[in-house]
Design a protein around this ligand. Structure first.
Ligand code: SAM
Length: 213
């Protein structure tokens, strides 16, 4: 399943204030500095076209949402949509999410971390590029506040099983806690674009949640 071409961006919508580069960050980094309000923070790695950050920043305006995406064109598109909707509580960071967690995010800065449909990197020699790996799990545990939640969904059962085992082995997070499928009330009522696509093609989606004590 290839990814559809992105729609054209309206040049009248300025979105440069909605996007920053991971490689331009300086330690120590305070993620709250990206937002106009200081508020509970949710972070997503691999936001793709940004449906999750767009929807959730609208549903929960009292929280801040930081999306992260390595692919420039998707990250720009996600930032553009945030600008178009005039979100003041959402921002996109372009660059490697593993680096963002390893080098920049401070301890206990996030109430939730989200990873949805991460690239499976099927080839054995590419496996180390997977987001769910021991070093990331250590950073995830450090970055979440007590009672913070990690959300992990994928359509790849083998990645799901491996990730659950890694999370059990390398963290004290409680889980996996069950997450049930909800009924979509309209075409944008999905957690992410990939969830919409998987459900449209009736593919399985494996969902989990973990909680930090
Ligand atoms: C399969 S897509 C899923 C996109 C979105 N989460 C969704 O569910 O629609 C995975 C996304 O993760 C991004 N990605 C892969 N490795 C990444 C990394 N190390 N840091 C940030 N983004 C990454 C890819 O560019 C891609 O857009």
């Amino acid at each position: 399943m290839g990814r559809r071409a992105l729609p054209k961006l309206d040049p009248a919508i300025a979105f440069s204030t909605y996007i920053s580069e991971v490689d331009d960050l300086q330690a120590p980094f305070c993620p709250q500095s990206l937002f106009s309000q200081t508020a509970d923070l949710e972070i997503e790695i691999g936001s793709g076209k940004g449906l999750f950050v767009l929807n959730e920043s609208g549903h929960v305006p009292e929280r801040n949402f930081l999306g992260n995406e390595i692919a420039k064109k998707y990250c720009r598109f996600a930032a553009y949509r945030l600008a178009k909707s005039e979100r003041t509580n959402a921002h996109m960071l372009r660059g490697d999410g593993l680096k963002l967690f390893r080098d920049f995010l401070p301890d206990e800065c996030a109430v939730a971390v989200h990873v949805y449909f991460p690239d499976p990197w099927w080839k054995e020699r590419h496996r180390r590029r997977r987001v769910i790996q021991p070093s990331f799990i250590a950073d995830l545990q450090r970055v979440l506040i007590p009672n913070g939640i990690f959300h992990f969904w994928t359509d790849v059962e083998e990645y799901f099983d491996e990730a659950i085992e890694l999370l059990k082995e390398h963290s004290d997070l409680t889980g996996p806690l069950a997450v049930h499928e909800t009924i979509a009330e309209h075409d944008m009522d999905y957690r992410t674009h990939f969830e919409r696509r998987m459900r449209k093609y009736e593919h399985d989606v494996f969902r989990s949640q973990f909680k930090k004590s």
